[in-house]
Design a protein. Structure first.
Length: 228
């Protein structure tokens, strides 16, 4: 607590990190104000996941992104990803929001960015992946009761097409190649899809560059300077 009984700046920072995985970096080495946003664990949608599950709640992320867009003091966004995927609609909503932000954005895949994490990783102006980072592309899955009717299959196909279209429009990967990776039967023992590690994601055109936090900051500062 500060002298006036209110939380001090460091306490506020700690609470932001603990509750939302978010932090505004005010003392930048390049005199830029960067907002760090993390997508960790599973992207939680309209249904609440068990308390023991590490999640990123889309109802926390969307208002924060709107605030950043309207905040004249924030110069750019650094997006850190280590996610197994999650709710498709919510993940796409976050990805679309990030893609529409007018300020420079850079993403960094740490650990993994699987399933709906792929659109999130490519939604920024520039993207990085660490050498050991992974990206998993696979068909849309649904949990719970599914009606075995043509309309259900059409809906699945429509959802997959939305994902493929978004990824191809925000990366160098062609939609046809992405579908081949998604429907691959030779890699995952009990499932369809493809695992890309580090430079493989760059070679496929999903990610722009292999690099870590240093390169991500350098690129973000570069984009901020170019926009100034």
């Amino acid at each position: 607590m500060g002298d006036n009984g209110k939380p001090d700046d460091q306490q506020k920072k700690n609470e932001e990190i603990k509750e939302f995985g978010q932090l505004e970096l005010k003392n930048s080495r390049e005199d830029s104000r960067i907002f760090m946003l993390t997508i960790i664990g599973e992207v939680e949608g309209h249904d609440c996941l068990p308390p023991a599950t590490k999640t990123t709640k889309y109802e926390h992320v969307l208002p924060k992104l709107a605030e950043i867009e309207d905040n004249k003091d924030v110069d750019g966004i650094l997006l850190l990803l280590n996610t197994v995927g999650g709710d498709v609609e919510s993940g796409l909503a976050i990805a679309e929001m990030i893609a529409s932000i007018s300020k420079p954005t850079v993403s960094l895949v740490l650990g993994g960015s699987h399933s709906i994490g792929v659109p999130l990783a490519v939604s920024t102006d520039y993207s990085f992946i660490v050498p050991s980072g992974t990206m998993v592309i696979h068909p849309v899955r649904m949990s719970g009761t599914v009606i075995g009717a043509q309309q259900t299959y059409d809906y699945f196909k429509q959802m997959q097409n939305r994902i493929l279209k978004f990824i191809s429009e925000h990366s160098r990967a062609a939609e046809q190649r992405l579908e081949e990776l998604m429907m691959n039967t030779g890699m995952l023992t009990k499932d369809l899809g493809t695992i890309l590690v580090g430079n493989e994601a760059v070679e496929e055109g999903l990610i722009d560059e292999v690099g870590g936090i240093d390169r991500a900051f350098q690129k973000l500062h570069q984009l901020i300077d170019e926009k100034a």
